[in-house]
Every structure is written in structure tokens, then in C-alpha cells.
Design a protein around this ligand. Structure first.
Ligand code: FRU
Length: 493
């Protein structure tokens, strides 16, 4: 078992020895070691807290701790001591994902205790609680584990029962927990409590068939603009046309939750992000009543260039994004606080690209935000190259005839291959012009690109690893495409 003290001492003594190449400037990262899912995201006593799945000792997944960062503005983050270590019999092989909630001024974490077995059959996952009065130091409660195998309904595997999301409705706390059915397929179980310690099973609130992925993970539920939205992450969702190409995908389901019956009724299902690196998002409502989401900006099953012993770290979170619903679709916008970190604005407008004047190439950008509005009425295609140099480029292209927006990183730098059947290096989305225009907001950090298309209707999130300085931008067109407006800022934190 690992103790908290061991983890915090190790971090203090070793954090200076990592290689900082590719470390992002304005995205949450751990000081050293491996991170995956965001956990316990909460606005507590005037600050945003974000915990995350964490293994400090190596840049690969290992017995999970909860790392911890906090921020006043969702952009500048401060690393604070590790909050949970796998140091009890009921969580000895990992403190897996979970969420946070405030009760009587205290911060409660609900997480999954992972216990390995001699064989896979012997694995057990149970739910646990830890409490803090200062938001930094946590005590695991003596009632742990508070939900166990004995509380499972029929047809639910005790080996795959994890990632509690706690919400409060009226006088009750509810916990949504991801589960695998004995006969295959994912489901979400609902539990209820009035004190966060004593829980009773309510219902299977939502379930899938075997062809909807063998395991669902990290559920989240919230009300947004008059609808209920259920988010969850799926390990192994089969590909459908050009959707769900990653090994793991995130679904956003708009519908209606009947808390009395404990049943979620689905209306529409969408993939939440169309890039290559986006998984296990978690949301909160903050003091400004915004629904904010943050996600792991990485994908299971691919090489991560900084996983080496020398680099000593792996993983980053996305930019926090505000969610809203328009025409029964979940939109994502970068949180407005990022604008407080914009500097060095450069602006252009009314630049007509045509078969004669094909190119616009006057700008450079590394850690930057780019806003671009293109009129594509008389166009055939445009291409936007970012983070490019003589040999490398990350390419965003738009086909005006098919309305397909594509992000391609095959030439971005270090090759990112994985255990997919085929090498996945591009992702695309059908994105219709609005009033003949395509609107793009692009956020670049040292090892990432996040694209928000048509005012956040679609997002494409990916990691990229250029091997040398890569700061060129180039826009080219076929047919007539007008750059109606182009603004670029550097981002400084
Ligand atoms: C999702 C996940 C969760 C689990 C955690 C373990 O990425 O597999 O289901 O709690 O990661 O680190």
C-alpha cells in the first residue's frame, strides 16, 4: 500500500527533475507522474477544486491516488498536496474516480475503492467517502466502504462497479454508479441517501445493450436549459460510420430524469467531442450558475510521448468549458476567464482568398487563441495549418461541398499510434455553415489543440507533439473563400 505522506514527499523531492518539454501552460497538469480522469470537480469556499486520477511515481497508470489542484479563475491552477492514497484494505489497489459535494460546510468525496483479486473474477469495487473541513486534508470515514457488492442488484458485476457521481435533489443525495451487466453491456445504477453514509439501492436508471459498449464509465447528470443531460464515457463503443473512432468515446444524452421512479428517458444521443483525445469529463455548477465541464485530454491505448522515465509525466486536462443547450444539442464554449489571459492581439478582416490569391500566411502562433470567421458561399475547400514548420503541421480542413470539418494530425510531429485496428490520426464532423459562414475558435497549447466550431456546436480536441519549433499558420482556399474576420492572441498565465 502507498501512504499519502510517501506520495507528497516523493513529489516534493522529485518534481524538479522532470523534462518540461510539451508541458502545457494553461491546462491542468500534475507536477510529476501520470494523470487520467478529472475527479471531484467542485466550487468550494470561493475556489475551484479539481482532483484527478493520479499515480505520482511513474508516468504510467498505477495504483490510483487523487491528485489535487485548485484555482480562482479556472485558468491559473495551483498544485496542492495529494488528497487520497490507496492506504486502506477497501481501496488498497486504487482510489478510482468519483465526485465531490459540499454538506454542512464540509467537502465530501465519494470514490471507488479498487481491490485486486488473485484472478479477474476476484476483483472487487466498492464505494467510499472521505471528508475535509479545509478542502485540502481528507479523512476517510470509518463507515467505509459505504456501498458494497451486497448492495448490487441482480445482473451487476461486482468487478466493474465504479465512478460514483453524487447529486442532491430535495432532501436526498443520489449517487449514479457505472456498472457492467453480467450478461454484457453497460448500465447506470442509482443509490439514495440522506447523510452520504447510509445508502440504499433505488434502480437501474439507464442501461445499454452489448453493442452499446461493454463498460460505461464516469456518469454525470445535470439540468441544463430545461432538459436533463446524462453524460458517460464508454469503453469500447463500436464504430458507426465516422463516429466513435477512438477506443473510448463520450456520449451526451439529452432526455428527462424521473427522480421519483429513478429512471432516465432518452431523447437524443450525441458524441460529445470529435477529436482524438477526450475522455471521462465531469461537470459542476459554479457560483455564477454556469455548468462547467472539464475532461481528460488523452485517450486510453495510445502512446504518450512524455511517458518516458526522463520526462516523468503524462496527461493534461482540457480547457474548462461552459455547456448550454440550443435546439436540443449540447454546445460547449471555453470559459470566459481565459480572455483575461489574452495578450498581443492581431486582427485582420475581409481577406478574399481565391484561385489566384490562394494563401494567407502572416501570422505565427504557439500558446494562442485564434478566432476565425470564413464565408464559404462560393468556396470549394479551405485548409488551416497550425503549429506548422517546414515538415510538420496540424491540419484543419473544410470541404464546402460535403460540409465536413476535419482535424488531421498525421503530420503534427511525433506519431501517436495505439492499439486500434487501424492507425487513427484524423477525426471529422458534419458542420453546416450558418449564414454561409463557418466560425472557428482554436486554442493552442504546447501539446494540444481544441477547436470550437460554429459557436461551440462541435468541438474537436487532440494532443499534438511537434518535434521542433512549430509556430506557423497558413490558410489556403480552393474556390472563393473570404476571411471575414481573424483575431489572434497569445495566452499568458
Ligand atoms: C476511466 C477509468 C474509470 C476508473 C479510472 C481508473 O478512464 O477507467 O472508470 O475509475 O479510469 O483510473
Amino acid at each position: 500500500m502507498f501512504t499519502l505522506k510517501q506520495a507528497n514527499t516523493y513529489i516534493e523531492e522529485n518534481k524538479e527533475r522532470i523534462i518540461a518539454d510539451y508541458r502545457n501552460d494553461y491546462h491542468v497538469m500534475a507536477p510529476i507522474g501520470w494523470i487520467n480522469d478529472p475527479n471531484g470537480f467542485i466550487y468550494y469556499k470561493g475556489e475551484y477544486h479539481l482532483f484527478y486520477q493520479y499515480y505520482p511515481y511513474k508516468a504510467v497508470w498505477g495504483p490510483m491516488h487523487w491528485g489535487h489542484s485548485k484555482s480562482k479563475d479556472l485558468v491559473k491552477w495551483e498544485n496542492v498536496p495529494v488528497a487520497l492514497a490507496p492506504d486502506q484494505s477497501y481501496d488498497k489497489d486504487g482510489c478510482f474516480s468519483g465526485t465531490a459535494i459540499e454538506k454542512d460546510g464540509k467537502l465530501y468525496l465519494m470514490y471507488t475503492g479498487h481491490i485486486e483479486g488473485e484472478t479477474e473474477e476476484g476483483i472487487r469495487q466498492v464505494q467510499c467517502i472521505a471528508v475535509s473541513s479545509d478542502g485540502i486534508n481528507f479523512e476517510k470515514v470509518e463507515q467505509n466502504p459505504v456501498i458494497t457488492e451486497a448492495d448490487l442488484p441482480e445482473n451487476a458485476k461486482p468487478q466493474d462497479f465504479r465512478d460514483p457521481k453524487v447529486v442532491k435533489k430535495g432532501d436526498f443525495y443520489y449517487s449514479l454508479i457505472a456498472s457492467k451487466k453480467e450478461d454484457g453491456g453497460g448500465q447506470i445504477l442509482l443509490y439514495k441517501s440522506n447523510d452520504l453514509l447510509d445508502w440504499e439501492f433505488v434502480s437501474v436508471m439507464f442501461k445499454g445493450e452489448i453493442d452499446e459498449g461493454p463498460m460505461w464509465e464516469c456518469p454525470d447528470i445535470f439540468e441544463l436549459d430545461g432538459k436533463d443531460v446524462l453524460l458517460f464515457s464508454v469503453d469500447g463503443l463500436p464504430k458507426k460510420e465516422n463516429k466513435f473512432l477512438n477506443t473510448h468515446s463520450v456520449l451526451a444524452i439529452i432526455g428527462e430524469m424521473d427522480w421519483g421512479k429513478g429512471v432516465f428517458y432518452k431523447e437524443t444521443v450525441e458524441e460529445l467531442d470529435y477529436g482524438l483525445d477526450f475522455y471521462a469529463p465531469q461537470t459542476i455548477k459554479d457560483d455564477k450558475n454556469r455548468r462547467i465541464m472539464i475532461s481528460w485530454m488523452q485517450m486510453w491505448g495510445r502512446n504518450i510521448p512524455t511517458e518516458t522515465k526522463q520526462h516523468g509525466w503524462a496527461g493534461s486536462m482540457t480547457l474548462p468549458r461552459e455547456l448550454f443547450i440550443k435546439n436540443n444539442h449540447v454546445y460547449q464554449r471555453p470559459v470566459s476567464e481565459i480572455k483575461n489571459h489574452y495578450t498581443n492581439k492581431q486582427s485582420y478582416d475581409t481577406i478574399k482568398l481565391s484561385d489566384e490569391t490562394k494563401e494567407f500566411q502572416e501570422l505565427s502562433a504557439e500558446v494562442s487563441a485564434i478566432e476565425l470567421v470564413l464565408d464559404v458561399k462560393a468556396g470549394k475547400r479551405f485548409e488551416l495549418e497550425v503549429r506548422s514548420n517546414q515538415d510538420e503541421r496540424t491540419l484543419l480542413s473544410y470541404d464546402c461541398e460535403t460540409s465536413i470539418l476535419e482535424l488531421n494530425r498525421i503530420n503534427s510531429g511525433i506519431d501517436l499510434v495505439g492499439n486500434e485496428e487501424e492507425h487513427v490520426y484524423k477525426r471529422s464532423v458534419y458542420c453546416k455553415p450558418e449564414n454561409n459562414k463557418i466560425d472557428l475558435e482554436i486554442f493552442l497549447d504546447w501539446a494540444s489543440i481544441e477547436v470550437f466550431a460554429n459557436h461551440g456546436k462541435y468541438t474537436l480536441t487532440s494532443t499534438i507533439y511537434p518535434t521542433k519549433k512549430a509556430d506557423n499558420i497558413k490558410i489556403t482556399a480552393e474556390g472563393e473563400v473570404e476571411i471575414v474576420r481573424l483575431d489572434k492572441w497569445d495566452i499568458e498565465v
